[in-house]
Design a binder for this molecule. Structure first.
Ligand code: NAG
Ligand code: NAG
Ligand code: NAG
Ligand code: NAG
Ligand code: NAG
Ligand code: NAG
Length: 474
């Protein structure tokens, strides 16, 4: 079985050389490039001046929100104290904007704007809570609660809690009650138009809508952040990345009522490592292409994740009628437990009260690698590649997939999806079509015939090429 595969793999490589310059070569080349794509976890984010709270504490200027009139009773409005403290901290080099531990602060929708002096640390040790009444929300800031923008080289840290008090917002959502108007709700924490940002250890919970949005940023590292909201809270994505590049999320534990992580338009170079997700809707790329828009997402890696009891696992979702592309995505070392759609590409995504019509244009999806994805599925359809009839998915690669259902059989669904599997692939993905079947077919036959003449040679080649496969880890 293994040898058969190796031979066909060799055949594939031979053909690649034979038809160099053709589509086949380009596609494999791109897959290899994807394979090599790594974001250096240690040095991925360059901080212009790595602020370190502990070692340099003495030389830092503490700007405590309490010094600006914040009486932390959790009832009075502390917005003004936060705004004044921010103005001071932002204008002071090497300062620490401090939200002290053991206290609760009620803060209204607020913009914390940069640029600031170098070396700013935002130290959140206490609890920041949002006013819970949607009716009192500033209509000029419908999508924002704590909004940080135009920062460069800042560190957010602390064991504090950011609590969106979202219950009334969820109740007033049109997802909860169809007679409610569909309107936007605030994001708990936004970091916008910033670069070289580190966020660590914070907990964000019960957001009005999305919990943590990273928008228009470059070089962001988020580690050991916890996000939590009830499973039935609507649209409460955990971490949402849009129009951002070079973002690393690591060691994050997320459980919400929507996507644990969602990555949308204009994002590239996103690495997620050691992610726990559940409950929630899984790790998603998209949605993209809504209302005929252009969506582009490239180079995304999820490595080492555990998804438990989520409604989807690894998902790419696009609307009919969009443009653009999703290219160069790798999901690897993922364990799922009781996940409804562990592996899913859905080009017919339609999250609207009205049914969506099929259209001829779609966001093109290609070079998607799934490797070492195992565990249990809740639905029989463990893998679903529902691709557009007019814009097929291409180069979907599956390797070492083992998805089981506790009580029954599992299957793979394909529509207009091209790709291949190797190693263990269960359920089998035979429904993936090979765009280059003709070339591959000829190559495999040629190779097989050559080998027939010398059995030892086959064995040797099998040995060496199996090593080669391990090394190249296609
Ligand atoms: C927050 O802002 C709104 C609108 O500007 C205002 O009505 C409200 O009193 C403020 N404070 C709190 C705690 O909601
Ligand atoms: C839905 O909202 C309408 C109008 O606000 C209200 O009358 C109705 O009781 C709500 N239904 C539920 C199930 O909450
Ligand atoms: C998608 O992102 C690109 C690049 O950031 C931007 O120019 C474009 O306007 C975005 N499209 C939509 C629909 O937001
Ligand atoms: C998207 O394009 C289709 C086909 O051209 C058109 O029928 C539809 O109205 C467009 N939708 C929007 C929201 O612009
Ligand atoms: C496969 O993924 C699981 C779950 O993350 C991990 O524990 C295991 O070490 C991986 N196996 C290999 C061969 O990398
Ligand atoms: C859209 O196309 C897909 C794939 O051919 C098909 O399964 C689905 O039923 C179509 N949907 C509509 C609304 O026509």
């Amino acid at each position: 079985m293994d040898k058969l595969f190796i031979i066909s793999f060799l055949g594939l490589l031979t053909v690649v050389h034979a038809v160099a310059g053709s589509v086949v070569y380009n596609n494999i080349g791109m897959l290899e490039e994807l394979e090599r794509f790594e974001i250096d976890e240690e040095n991925g984010v360059e901080l212009s001046d790595t602020p370190s709270w502990t070692s340099e504490r003495g030389r830092r200027v503490l700007v405590n929100v309490d010094s600006f009139g914040a009486v932390a009773d959790g009832v009075s409005d502390h917005t003004q104290a936060f705004v004044k403290a921010w103005q001071t901290a932002c204008a002071t080099p090497k300062s620490v904007f401090l939200v002290p531990p053991g206290r609760r602060y009620l803060v209204n929708a607020t913009k914390f704007k940069g640029p600031c002096e170098d070396g700013l640390i935002i130290q959140i040790d206490g609890t920041i809570i949002a006013p819970d009444e949607p009716k009192n929300w500033d209509p000029n800031l419908p999508r924002l609660w704590l909004d940080f923008s135009k920062l460069n080289g800042v560190l957010f840290q602390g064991n504090g809690l950011i609590d969106g008090s979202g219950r009334k917002w969820w109740k007033s959502s049109c997802k909860k009650n169809k007679s409610n108007p569909c309107r936007e709700a605030p994001t708990a924490l936004t970091i916008d138009s910033s670069s070289s940002v580190t966020v660590r250890d914070l907990t964000i919970q019960n957001s009005q809508q999305m919990h943590f949005v990273i928008s228009r940023c470059s070089s962001v590292r988020v580690s050991d952040v916890l996000v939590s909201a009830p499973e039935d809270s609507p649209n409460t994505d955990g971490i949402h990345i849009t129009e951002s590049t070079n973002v690393i999320l690591q060691g994050c534990k997320i459980g919400t009522g929507d996507d644990c992580i969602s990555i949308v338009n204009g994002s590239s170079g996103i690495k997620m490592k050691r992610i726990y997700c559940g409950p929630g809707h899984g790790v998603s790329i998209g949605s993209l292409g809504k209302d005929n828009s252009t969506g582009i997402v490239t180079k995304v890696v999820l490595d080492t994740a555990f998804l438990k009891e989520t409604a989807n696992g690894l998902r790419i979702k696009t609307w009919q009628g969009g443009n653009g592309y999703v290219r160069g995505i790798r999901f690897e070392n993922v364990k799922v437990e009781d996940v409804a759609n562990p592996i899913i590409i859905d080009q017919f995504y339609c999250d609207s009260p009205k049914a969506c019509k099929n259209q001829t244009s779609a966001v093109k999806i290609s070079e998607i690698v799934y490797r070492n994805v195992t565990g249990t599925t809740k639905s029989a359809m463990a893998m679903k590649f529902a691709c557009s009839d007019t814009v097929p998915c291409s180069n979907i690669v599956l390797s070492n997939i083992n998805l089981e259902k506790k009580d029954g059989t599992v299957e793979t669904y394909c529509n207009s999806a091209q790709g291949f599997g190797y190693g263990v692939v269960h359920p089998s993905a035979n429904c993936l079509t090979s765009q280059d079947k003709h070339y591959f077919g000829v190559g495999v036959t040629d190779i097989a015939e050559d080998y027939d003449t010398d059995q030892t040679e086959i064995a040797e080649l099998a040995e060496s090429s199996s090593e080669a496969i391990v090394h190249t880890e296609l």
